[in-house]
Design a protein around this ligand. Sequence first.
Ligand code: SME
Length: 161
Amino acid sequence: MLDIAIDPDQPAAELYADLTSFAAALVDGEPDAIANMANIAALIWQYVPELNWAGFYRVVDGELVLGPFQGKTACIRIAIGSGVCGAAAATGKVQRVADVHAFPGHIACDADSRSELVVPVFKDGVVVAVLDLDSPRPDRFRQADEAGMVRIIETIANNLG
Ligand code: SME
């Protein structure tokens, strides 16, 4: 839809500044959370290198339920507190996992996943969803990726829940 000139190989801070601007533009004026999650998952999938899964789980009736994503088919329901996504939802804290095999309770939806970044989405101080990113490369996600994804999510959180 948007014709975006983003260089995925530019320094992370610049890549995430660009992605934040385009994410804000994509959701601007659109209140439907599912539609917005679908576009944000597609945006991240297209421009962030070395991912094998990018998408959302929503908090529905006290558990995480699969939302819009890009990548292989995935687990549909995850208990709050279970796995990396469940830990992010339970604690409200970003989970940046260098080696998913070393994370107690990690849920292997895609056997290719080696590292993971999960960012909680807050609305009115409550976690309403998580953004989940998986990579086939161990230790793929650095501090700059965490800061960049948090910035994207904080910028558009009102349109995701
Ligand atoms: N690995 C996640 C489950 C979701 S999939 O990666 C898409 C976890 O442990 O929460």
